[in-house]
Write a protein that binds this ligand. Structure first.
Ligand code: 5AD
Ligand code: SF4
Length: 454
């Protein structure tokens, strides 16, 4: 979501006459868009500020200024305190305030500004439309925020405090933005929200669920693929599970964080479901879409987690057999209930548990990727690879696929015969005839090059 937010900030600034600087010496304004989810992410801000301050001081010696703004969840959580630790920062703002960037920057010319109130108006109503007509900036695969904030209050998580209460954007706004993204070259859209499947946006006097919204967006010509992230198991409704079987454009992949396999820990995390509830949902998803690739988030070393409770997490990870997963050591976050509890797990135990879990998850991921060898997958090409005559695209399951191709096939979907599988990517061959490619426009984007590739 920070990637999406940064792009929206760039849109506002472009509309106000800013342009991307070529070298650090030319920079008038730096915005650091920050993440507060774990301590490590938050600490990155200060090392980066220290590094950039050298450029600021060098500019100052030449009589020029370099304005420093800190946005995102560290700004929201630390507010004024951030200015004590980094007094050379000019503006601190939260994720709900960036639609006011031009006014805030104006004020920051004369005084240090901290803007972290949750405003009454929605920023989405005050953001300019994306100014870019350039496919390379929007990208073949684009993000679109449809929901923000969270009311679930998992006891380890800062999001309900930094992003605020759950909010769903209106359907019309989302449809308009989706159409604009497609005109700018997007073929795949990932719908974003901290708890995206809690989406309940208004459509006139009706309210649509995420499943309803997916059905609606799937009708847009030129849009080939839809994904959504990130989901809470408690909000995975029946209609959404059914959509995985019914909507061809909804890709067979789902990020459904479980966090732990122990019911006692899930309860202490306030996740409001058991391990069994989670497995039941997985079964229902696999019944609706048998090839669905599941991914997850795990936290190890939550306060009070015993060896046997951690073993339950390992067992659940083995049982579900994820296509991919992220795992983290529990990081106490200021102001969250779990950070206040005694029985914090020692760091060395957290590290050992993380290594054990990651080896199970890596094995599942490699096994999943290995099942792709010998299959022909429709790949949506996104960008050139690192090597000459190589293109990179994504499989329906979300893996990167490397293909040797000299033609620029960005934005096209073509069949690739998978020959190799690695932990994080696949490689294969496509029989696209570069001479047979016709120019791509929005309506043609829907045309697969299958006929040319068999
Ligand atoms: N410590 C460790 N991991 C966390 N996450 C959220 N809060 C914390 C924390 N305090 C992880 C969860 C979540 C993902 C985005 O980050 O697994 O799903
Ligand atoms: Fe945080 Fe997700 Fe829990 Fe909301 S549902 S509190 S965003 S972990």
């Amino acid at each position: 979501m920070n990637v999406y937010d940064s792009a929206r900030m760039a849109d506002i600034l472009t509309a106000n006459g800013y342009a991307a600087a070529e070298t650090p010496e030319d920079v008038d304004l730096v915005i650091l868009n920050t993440c507060h989810i774990r301590e490590k992410a938050a600490e990155k801000l200060y090392s980066e500020l220290g590094r950039l301050n050298r450029f600021k001081q060098a500019r100052r010696r030449k009589g020029k200024n370099m304005v420093f703004a800190v946005g995102g969840c560290v700004g929201q959580a630390e507010g004024k305190e951030l200015l004590c630790r980094a007094p050379f920062v000019d503006l601190v703002m939260g994720p709900q305030n960036y639609h006011r960037l031009p006014q805030l920057l104006c004020r920051a010319e004369t005084e240090a500004v901290v803007e972290i109130e949750f405003p009454a108006e929605s920023k989405f109503d005050h953001l300019p439309e994306s100014s870019s007509n350039d496919t390379s900036e929007t990208g073949v695969s684009a993000f679109l925020t449809i929901q923000e904030g969270c009311d679930r209050f998992c006891t380890f998580c800062v999001v309900p405090y930094t992003r605020g209460a759950e909010y769903s954007r209106a359907v019309g706004d989302i449809e308009g933005e989706a159409r604009r993204l497609i005109c700018q070259g997007a073929r795949e859209i990932t719908l974003l929200g901290q708890n995206v499947n809690a989406y309940h946006g208004s459509d006139g006097d009706k309210e649509l669920s995420l499943a309803n919204l997916i059905h609606r967006l799937a009708e847009i010509e030129g849009l080939e693929r839809l994904r959504y992230t990130t989901s809470h198991p408690r909000d995975l409704s029946e209609d959404l599970i059914a959509a995985h079987g019914d909507v061809a454009k909804l890709m067979p992949s789902l990020h459904l964080p479980v966090q732990s396999g122990s019911d006692r820990i899930l309860k202490a995390m306030n996740r409001q479901h058991t391990a069994k509830d989670y497995c039941r949902l997985v079964n229902e998803l696999r019944a609706a879409r048998p090839d669905i690739a599941l991914s997850s988030d795990f936290i190890v070393g939550f306060p009070g987690e015993s060896d046997s409770e951690f073993e339950e997490t390992l067992a659940l990870a083995e049982k579900i057999d994820y296509a991919q997963a992220y795992s983290f050591k529990y990081s106490p976050r200021p102001g969250t209930p779990a950070a206040e509890t005694d029985y914090q797990v020692p760091e060395d135990i957290k590290s050992a548990r993380l290594a054990a879990l990651q080896s199970v998850l890596a094995r599942s991921q490699s096994d999943f990727n290995a099942t792709m060898i010998g299959r022909t997958l429709p790949v949506l090409f996104e960008k050139p690879g690192r090597h000459a005559n190589q293109m990179l695209g994504r499989s329906p399951y979300g893996q990167w696929v490397h293909t040797d191709l000299s033609a620029d096939v960005r934005g096209r979907i073509a069949d690739v015969f998978i020959t190799r599988a690695h932990t994080n990517s696949l490689a294969g061959q496509s029989a696209i005839d570069p001479n047979a490619l016709t120019p791509l426009n929005v309506s043609q984007a829907a045309v697969m090059v299958k006929g040319q590739s068999a």
